[in-house]
Design a protein around this ligand. Structure first.
Ligand code: FHN
Length: 474
């Protein structure tokens, strides 16, 4: 009986039931986009941990838990949208207990963490972020602070450590997702804290959260990233000191931990801006911070949904294009999978990860360890992941092409250095490209590459052109 007494005492203390206290709104699941008018911008971190995070560029996000069990279906009805929010459908029908009872029967017997780690490695991912506790409060590790966890389920043991160990053995960096929102803990409320009693109850939740974060930061080896989520409820948002307290607490336990901006209630970017969710930054936006975009493979759901809705599954070309677009703008790309309740990764996701991996096998040096080339290429991008994206390694530019231009030229506006050589990577062998300069009627000179083949045999889903530049003047 771990910490049951605290729970029971609080259940009695609170006048509102946890279910009614939540202003659950599935619209929230569509994106954490609310911004403060003014946010604290810290100087970019220059330490080794942060440099490694930047180099990684590509990660896999894993949304898994008891929310995976209904697969987006309640009482035989498909609930469109985000399957990991299905708790709200149960709660709205007065079936919160039924939802939570799943914690006892959760039994992912086909879970094979080593196979997951191999798949992530094969995809070319350099880091992973696992959900350890989503908004429903169910914990995927063996927490000493609750029985509402993997150890208390039919499965009976920690799900996180074996995955952490397997990924680390594959050379993949570890990030852990932790939801601030908790629909299970009796001390948590979504509402504004008005009375001393409400504040005291929330304090028990803060202490619980800090205790759990200590477990996550001390029992799983070298965790690189803490990925917070769910900062928008009034209880947390209207009390910015809570976010500061949580952030300081984590750093006091692990000095070089990388923390995303969602730890704080809209007043700080923390180590990086993680607000790009299911979207990439606007092309006009100035990106002078570290940032990361997280992305679903189907349009809307993060958790396993038996019938995902929306615009269908993204193609490997689209995914690679989005990854390249993020790299070209100095950001990381975190691609989600939502494993099944049995513990497998569905074929739609496996196929896409493998296709990305097949491309990364030959072209990861156009992504991993690169920095933005800061060129506005033409032809221009029409939608995210569709176009030509330029990254840079030292004096070499890498152009990742997901939409082949209609002409045999690619312009490189903004390039102020001479080209030594340009080569299209093609399966039959490298294709040398010519280059030249064109001056328009306003006297503006533009460097271009030419001699591109009109089609791209063997270069699907994305071609790569390496452009060697003359060394920069010292
Ligand atoms: O509500 C969650 C959602 O379920 C999912 O976890 C995403 C991932 O970034 N974050 C929240 C919405 O912003």
């Amino acid at each position: 009986m771990k910490n049951r007494l605290i729970h029971l005492a609080l259940v009695a203390l609170l006048s509102l039931s946890a279910a009614t206290a939540q202003q659950a709104d599935t619209a929230k699941s569509l994106g954490d986009t609310t911004k403060a008018a003014v946010k604290e911008k810290r100087p970019l971190r220059t330490d080794a941990a942060m440099e490694k995070w930047r180099d990684n560029r590509f990660g896999v996000f894993v949304h898994w838990g008891i929310f995976s069990m209904p697969g987006g279906v309640v009482d035989g009805k498909v609930v469109p949208g985000a399957a990991e929010w299905i708790w709200t459908s149960f709660a709205n029908k007065g079936k919160k207990a039924e939802y939570e009872a799943q914690a006892k029967t959760f039994n992912p017997t086909e879970y094979d963490p080593k196979a997951w780690a191999r798949l992530f490695k094969e995809a070319g991912a350099r880091y992973v972020v696992f959900v350890t506790k989503h908004h429903d409060g169910f914990c995927l590790w063996d927490s000493k602070l609750t029985d509402y966890d993997a150890a208390g389920s039919a499965y009976g043991k920690d799900l996180i450590k074996p995955l952490v160990d397997a990924c680390r053995a594959e050379g993949i960096d570890i990030g852990l997702y932790y939801s601030i929102i908790d629909w299970h803990h009796p001390g948590y409320t979504a509402k504004e804290l008005k009375t001393e009693e409400q504040k005291a109850a929330f304090r028990t939740y803060m202490d619980y959260m800090k205790g759990q974060l200590k477990e996550l930061l001390t029992e799983f080896g070298d965790v690189k990233v803490l990925w917070f989520d769910g900062r928008w409820d009034a209880s947390y948002k209207q009390n910015p000191q809570y976010g500061i307290e949580v952030e300081d607490w984590c750093r006091s336990i692990k000095k070089d931990i990388i923390i995303n901006d969602r730890v704080r209630a809209y007043d700080s970017f923390s180590d990086y801006d993680a607000s790009y969710e299911r979207r990439l930054p606007d092309p006009k936006q100035v990106l002078d911070l570290d940032w990361e975009a997280c992305m679903t493979m189907p349009e809307r759901t993060w958790g396993y949904h038996s019938q995902p809705d929306g615009a269908g599954w993204k193609t490997p070309r689209k995914i690679i294009g989005q990854l390249a677009e993020c790299s070209s703008r100095g950001g990381n790309f975190l691609l989600n999978v939502g494993p099944t309740p049995q513990g497998t990764i569905r074929s739609e996701e496996q196929d896409r990860l493998k296709a990305v991996g097949a491309w990364m096998k030959n072209h990861s040096n156009a992504i991993v360890g690169t920095r933005p080339a800061n060129l506005e290429l033409s032809p221009k991008t029409r939608e995210t992941g569709d176009g030509i994206f330029a990254t840079r390694t030292g004096d070499t530019l890498h152009l990742v092409v997901t939409r082949w231009p209609d002409t045999d030229r690619i312009f490189l506006p903004g390039l102020d250095r001479k080209i030594v050589s340009a080569t299209l990577r093609a399966p039959e062998g490298a294709v040398k490209l010519k280059n030249g300069v064109e001056t328009d009627d306003k006297g503006v000179s533009k460097v271009f590459l030419e001699g591109l083949p009109l089609t791209l045999p063997g270069c699907e889903p994305a071609a790569v052109i390496d452009v060697q530049l003359e060394p920069a003047a010292k």
